[in-house]
Design a protein around this ligand. Structure first.
Ligand code: AMP
Length: 223
């Protein structure tokens, strides 16, 4: 089994490519192996801020509901603070960040020499597959487990198999927002493939396969 204590990874990919599902599973795997790696999802952090009604949450909600990106400076400050928490001292996976060139540059500036990124993994998948994945995705409101009405259904419709919590559809997984999110990915995030490709740290993974197959390959890549 792969274990690592110093991985500092970025998972790059369009919404629905499976970054969150995989990052969660990878974090569980390393925790079980006694070598924890923090899963830092900017989407999850923002949803928690929205739920708590914080100033940041109030500022972010309008952008998120429309499928737009939250302004760079708000996100950069949030990630800088999160990455300094003790649980992220040794190893982390950034899921959903960076999403723009200024965010990638800010991340580079924040990581001093021996802290540089160890892996940037690009989840590649055709856009038509993403629409089906996003529109059928359901998330447990209690434990955050991710399900899909067709590809990964729960035993009882609407109820999480893991904790019995109620499943909800994210407001930005509704059709109105999906198109906008994919366009934002194409125009603002996809240029990061060249940014990291030029540095030789980018590894591509075919994400249009079953989650288990993708997971096994990810572990190999992260060794
Ligand atoms: P996600 O769960 O990663 O799909 O993120 C959900 C939403 O949160 C996105 O559609 C954006 O509105 C916002 N968001 C998450 N990460 C970022 C980021 N790095 N930059 C700007 N907005 C973000």
């Amino acid at each position: 089994m792969a274990t690592s204590t110093t991985a500092r990874c970025v998972f790059l990919g369009a919404p629905g490519a499976g970054k969150g599902t995989q990052a969660k599973q990878v974090a569980e795997h390393f925790a079980a192996a006694g070598s924890p790696i923090a899963h830092l999802s900017t989407g999850d952090m923002l949803r928690a801020e929205v739920k708590s009604g914080s100033e940041l949450g109030v500022a972010a909600k309008g952008y998120m509901d429309k499928g737009q990106l939250v302004p760079d400076q708000l996100i950069i400050d949030m990630v800088k603070a999160r990455i300094q928490q003790p649980d992220a001292a040794a190893a982390w996976i950034l899921d959903g960040f960076p999403r723009t060139l200024p965010q990638a540059e800010a991340l580079d500036e924040n990581l001093s020499g021996d802290q540089a990124l160890t892996h940037v993994i690009s989840f590649s998948i055709p856009e038509e597959v993403l629409v089906g994945r996003l529109s059928g995705r359901r998330t447990c409101g209690k434990c955050g487990a991710i399900w899909h009405v067709e590809n990964r259904p729960t035993k009882v419709e609407g109820i999480c198999d893991t904790c019995g919590g109620e499943l909800v559809q994210r407001s930005d997984d509704r059709p109105e927002a999906i198109g906008k999110r994919l366009e934002v990915y194409r125009t603002q995030t996809a240029p990061l493939l060249a940014y990291y490709g030029d540095r030789g740290v980018l590894r591509e993974i075919d994400a249009d396969r079953s989650p288990d197959v993708v997971f096994q390959e990810l572990l190999e890549r992260m060794q």
